[in-house]
Design a protein around this ligand. Sequence first.
Ligand SMILES: [Zn+2]
Length: 269
Amino acid sequence: MAIVDSHVHLMPPRLARAIRRFFEQHIGDQLVYPAEIETVLDRHEADGVAAVWNLPYAHKPGMADDLNAGMAEVSAAFADHTIDVVNGCTIHPDDPAPGDTVIRAHEQHGARVLKLHCSVGNYDADDVRLDPVYEAAGTVNMPIVVHVGHDVTGHTHDHELQTIDTAAGRHGDTTMIVAHCGHYGHAETLELMTKHANLWADLTPVVFERPALTATDFEQFGDRLLLGTDAPNVGLTLASHLEWLRDLGLDDGTLAGVLGENADRLVPR
Ligand SMILES: [Zn+2]
């Protein structure tokens, strides 16, 4: 069964070091993956992973183009690895023409997934400046992973999910994936998924906390849920997620979907 980790951050070296320092200050020595990309990929390979979606994010305007180019370099540097490093891109809404940035990343750097990080970039998912971004991504069939919440801890609170409700309603032809299943707001996220067919969610933990989905949730939404780890800056291993999913007793089709087939539908390999 091919596994796809649809949420990793294997960033270009300088940015990777800055992010790592932030997490070391906040989480200390409980990070379960080393910072080195090759080691993360090797461990994922041992766990049966076939592909990772590599997601960058921009904390200020003017940096997305360089970062998107840097992400393509990371993919190229590990082109020989058995794991397919799917190239992600990002924008900041204060960039001059962020919709064009998405198209450029797709055409010039082969980006296949877009990441929006509302807390890091200090904006909301329903910001009108993102309208051309959602449209551009929809045009090139690029799914968008959206970290909706603003909490510095990485949590999303119930009321914040209104913003993705608005965005998903406005851009019905664009696939949006709520990162961390909106944890703490996982129930609200699932509720919104009943309303919007273009809304998906990933199961990425917030450091140590998995979104608390039940087997019934998986029966209902299993065809729009994606496995994710947040490697390397996270407190839970991929192996622990696999154990959790297997212990839920899901049927084979649902499990295969969540582990990788759903991701492959969005970004065919
Ligand atoms: Zn993340």
